[in-house]
Design a protein around this ligand. Structure first.
Ligand SMILES: [Zn+2]
Ligand SMILES: [Zn+2]
Length: 240
């Protein structure tokens, strides 16, 4: 049984690492086409980003592997497979609940990690990416990685979710984590500058966090930043 648990943790770590390399690699390749020269002189930084990210993969993989093992063996968690177990309208709602809960957790732990002493220990690694690249998506000190790694493994015990919707949540998490750091905006300007864009975080918003530090702390939504008056709008470094 211990061997099965270790294998599960190992498998989850491998999945997170391969997913990171594939998605960051794809968007980094796209970046060299869309913004030629963006990665020039960032070679040493990118190698550090990849190193920290792969260490984070193991930290993300451990709780995920434990929960996956418990789900398979003992029926842990509120993850369900039957499409009719809950009303259909609950499918998109569950995705929103997960994203909002993750965003809330991230906003407050992120602000907390910007306190000077903790910043130096736990969060300076992430801000060593100047400017960030697609490889910085999981470039976190192990303490910061741990704060992120527990969110979804805890939520699956509290909020029911269909396995496919969990896949949607993890895909949004991965793709936005990468694209918010890649150094250019993939969404059309009219959308980013629209009222809807006023509530959603894309690269233009998170880039400003990497430029100015003490603002734009959110992950997916601008809700907490706007409520707590830490929203400073969008970076203008992308305007071409
Ligand atoms: Zn960042
Ligand atoms: Zn920060």
């Amino acid at each position: 049984m211990l061997l099965a648990l270790i294998l599960s943790i190992f498998a989850m770590t491998a999945i997170v690492a391969v997913r990171y390399l594939a998605v960051s690699g794809a968007f980094a390749a796209l970046t060299t086409r869309v913004r030629p020269g963006y990665h020039d002189k960032l070679g040493p930084q990118i190698r550090r980003e990849i190193g920290w990210s792969l260490a984070s993969a193991a930290i993300y993989g451990a709780p995920a592997g434990l929960v996956a093992f418990g789900w398979d063996r003992f029926g842990w968690t509120m993850i369900y497979r039957d499409w009719n177990a809950y009303p259909l309208w609950y499918l998109p709602l569950s995705v929103l609940i997960y994203l909002f809960a993750h965003d809330t957790w991230f906003y407050w732990t992120h602000r907390w990690m910007h306190r000077p002493r903790l910043f130096r220990v736990a969060h300076a690694v992430h801000h060593a990416s100047r400017p960030p690249t697609a490889w910085a998506a999981m470039s976190f000190h192990p303490i910061e990685a741990l704060t992120g790694a527990v969110v979804v493994p805890l939520l699956v015990f509290l909020v029911p979710i269909h396995i496919a919707m969990l896949g949607v949540v993890l895909s949004v998490m991965t793709i936005m984590g990468v694209t918010n750091h890649m150094g250019w905006e993939m969404f059309p300007r009219w959308l980013v500058r629209s009222p809807v864009g006023g509530w959603i975080i894309t690269a233009s918003h998170h880039q400003l966090h990497h430029e100015r530090y003490m603002c734009n702390f959110g992950l997916y939504f601008r809700f907490w930043d706007r409520l707590c008056k830490t929203d400073r709008g969008l970076s203008d470094s992308f305007e071409r």
